[in-house]
Design a protein around this ligand. Structure first.
Ligand SMILES: [Zn+2]
Length: 327
């Protein structure tokens, strides 16, 4: 009998450690694209199981630029799945809406389609939030659109965080956004053209604002590690956070994936590229690898990086993680 017992033990999956990480920008995972026309409950559960395998306790499911109608349709679909599946409800702690209130300028819009982009609107926010049953927690927008300050003030009053991103805002626009309640900057150093004025550029304008918590993608690709190190050094203590900005290829190997209507190629280098070999289109970083890279690139103790990817991020966005995942 002993060999049989041994064989049984060898074949049993090792128990997973308690999930710990919180990631506020996840566009897809384990081959599942959250921006797809239709995401079935089984597909969402597959993505959630993949996240769980990588130690993730909770995410903000992130939708990139599309029409408000399409966003509402997707949010209703995800809310149905959350109601049907406790695992999905627990993993999806809210939604991050990244677009369509972004800059359509080439370079600044990144991998997002320009056509649906337009000025923010409170009426549209209310439609989105109703479709999401109040679960939208974070919105990335470009504050150079007319009416942004009024929208930011009303949206933050409604308890939703505002982050500046995919933007070429002036200092005056950034001032107004901060006065209205914006407190974050989305994937700083990305969502910007490859070449910029050496001083007066959006990366410098955002990094200079101590009021904004700067969010970075520490995959070693979106920002060279020495750039990440310099950027983090510009910020006051407690004013940096990290995210994967993961797309469907995260947690999978090289291959062809999608973000909405766009096909994205993930190479053997793990880099997700826009069609035609263009810029980056999300990352394939997983949060557990993100913790390691944050520690390695910044020379931080692993527990400090772990705190930034768990309790610090959850606290910044007002999310309560399961008790065992706090650190
Ligand atoms: Zn982005």
């Amino acid at each position: 009998m002993a060999p049989l017992i041994f064989a049984h033990r060898m074949n049993s999956p090792a128990p997973l450690p308690p999930p710990r990480w919180f990631d506020f920008q996840v566009n897809g995972f384990a081959g599942v694209d959250f921006q797809a026309q239709h995401v079935s409950l089984a597909e969402l559960e597959r993505a959630v199981a993949g996240l769980r395998r990588h130690g993730v306790a909770a995410i903000f499911l992130t939708l990139i630029t599309d029409t408000i109608d399409e966003h509402c349709r997707r949010l209703e679909q995800f809310e149905k799945h959350r109601a049907a599946s406790p695992a999905c409800a627990q993993m999806i702690a809210g939604y991050h809406i990244e677009g369509p209130w972004l800059s359509p300028e080439a370079g600044y819009r990144g991998a997002h389609p320009a056509e649906p982009m337009h000025a923010p609107s409170l009426a549209e926010f209310e439609r989105l939030q109703a479709a999401a049953r109040g679960q939208i927690r974070l919105i990335t927008l470009a504050p150079e659109w007319p009416g942004s300050a009024e929208c930011i003030a009303a949206i933050t009053r409604a308890g939703v965080h505002i982050s500046l991103g995919h933007t070429n805002a002036s200092e005056a626009d950034i001032d107004a956004a901060i006065r209205a309640g914006a407190r974050f900057a989305t994937h700083v150093g990305n969502g910007a053209p490859l070449t910029l004025h050496r001083h007066d550029n959006i990366i410098q304008r955002l990094l200079a604002r101590d009021e904004l918590t700067a969010c970075f993608i520490p995959d070693g690709v979106h920002l060279p590690p020495f750039v990440l190190k310099n950027f983090v050094r510009t910020k006051p203590a407690g004013k940096v956070l990290f995210t994967t900005d993961a797309m469907a290829g995260a947690g999978c190997g090289p291959g062809r994936y999608r973000i909405g209507r766009f096909e994205i190629a993930v190479g053997t280098d793990g880099i997700a590229r826009q069609p035609g070999g263009g810029g980056f289109a999300g990352s394939t970083l997983t949060p557990d690898a993100g913790v390691q890279r944050t520690a390695n690139y910044l020379g931080l103790p692993l527990e400090t990086a772990a705190h930034l990817w768990s309790a610090a991020a959850a606290h910044a966005f007002g999310i309560t993680l399961p008790a065992h995942s706090n650190s």
